[in-house]
Design a protein around this ligand. Structure first.
Ligand SMILES: NC(=O)c1ccc[n+]([C@@H]2O[C@H](COP(=O)([O-])OP(=O)(O)OC[C@H]3O[C@@H](n4cnc5c(N)ncnc54)[C@H](OP(=O)(O)O)[C@@H]3O)[C@@H](O)[C@H]2O)c1
Length: 333
């Protein structure tokens, strides 16, 4: 791999919709300059999320990406090497992790500009590879359980929570955070991951290909107060059959059909059993909360696989494949 020339950095980008991993190009581009409210981070690690390749596929067109070529990715950990005008909360040498705005991207590169409003100091007890996994997946799990399902993370919850897709990037955090809340957790995952998901703290685990897994039947006969749905393709009627009379299904992957169901519920003032589409908020205080949980040993990250930037297209392909157990990480060598 050629060394970067001065003021140039190695990065991965794509120039049109579609094409998957093979359409990613290794290029050198100018190192970006941080503006007001931004810092420049020398990226040590970045994690790949399904939304990254969904944007490339055109699923969010014409909004995203805002233009081509696009450097994808939103989750980074690294070291601050420059600060923008009037930035006083960070300085050169700080170890940080950030959620880069999805509109901007830029994580799969040697350097990235990060907004300070979604950046926090990385505790020294946390590795960069663990920290870079937290933004999208950790925030989604936390906000899905606390803000969307309305479950306080204080150990006092009596809720029955179902987490379909518990072995993926979001699911690993969702199971642990629901247990920190005090909830009873029923999880679904593939047969090969059932022991792993139990080790995260799940009380009951269903193989998603079994009859009970397909029908989301709690082995102890529980009805659910909340569902954090980390999969797609489960119908509202399947969920509805397993819910308590008042319950929320947090829908991480809304589509036309599920949005229509949500709209119908709102129009008919049916607020007892709700399907709620989820949108991530990159709040620094939530990143801080996640960092403290990890530092205190209350929340663990599990890394499925790790790739150097020179092979980031393999990380991309692994995510598209949809069978990661935990998070996929790119390290900048
Ligand atoms: N709205 C938002 O802001 C937001 C934020 C974050 C994530 N999301 C979405 O949430 C979803 C989950 O994200 P993620 O990062 O957790 O994905 P991921 O890491 O790619 O999930 C992969 C895992 O899902 C499991 N899985 C696949 N199909 C399953 C099924 N039918 N039942 C149970 N488990 C199944 C796989 O197990 P096997 O290998 O055994 O099949 C694998 O371990 C994605 O669609 C993502 O785009 C949305």
């Amino acid at each position: 791999m050629a060394q970067p020339q001065q003021n140039l950095m190695r990065t991965l980008q794509y120039s049109s919709y579609g094409g998957g991993a093979s359409a990613l190009q290794h290029v050198q581009v100018p190192i970006p300059v941080p503006r007001k409210g931004e810092i420049l981070v020398k990226v040590e690690c970045a994690s790949v999320n399904p939304v990254d390749w969904k944007v490339q596929s055109g699923a969010l067109r014409p909004l995203l990406p805002p233009k081509f070529p696009h450097i994808p990715g939103t989750d980074i950990a690294g070291e601050v090497v420059a600060v923008g005008p009037e930035v006083t909360s960070f300085q050169e040498g700080d170890k940080v992790f950030s959620w880069l705005n999805l509109m901007v991207g830029g994580s799969l590169a040697e350097f990235a500009v990060a907004p300070i409003k979604s950046t926090v100091q990385k505790p020294q007890e946390i590795s960069s590879s663990d920290a870079c996994c937290l933004p999208v997946a950790g925030l989604t799990a936390l906000q899905g359980i606390r803000d969307y399902a309305g479950i306080s993370i204080d150990g006092s919850s009596q809720a029955n929570v179902l987490i379909p897709g518990a072995s993926g990037g979001v699911g690993i955090y969702a199971v642990q955070i629901a247990k920190l809340a005090g909830a009873h957790v029923t999880a679904t995952c593939g047969a090969r991951n059932m022991d792993f998901v139990r080790s995260l703290g799940a009380d009951e685990v269903l193989d998603y290909k079994s009859k009970e897994g397909i029908e989301l039947i709690s082995p102890s006969g529980r009805a659910y107060d909340a569902v954090i749905n980390c999969t797609s393709g489960i119908s509202w009627s399947t969920f509805k059959a397993r819910l308590k009379p008042v319950a929320k299904v947090v829908d991480l992957t809304p589509n036309v059909k599920s949005l229509a169901t949500t709209a119908m519920q709102k129009l008919s003032f049916c607020h007892a059993q709700e399907l709620v589409p989820f949108i991530l908020s990159g709040k620094a205080e939530d990143l801080q909360f996640l960092a403290e949980l990890v530092r205190d040993g209350k929340l663990r990250t599990f890394i499925d696989s790790q790739y150097p930037l020179s092979r980031a297209e393999d990380a991309w392909a692994r995510s598209i494949d949809g069978h990661a157990t935990g998070k996929i990480v790119v390290t900048v060598d």
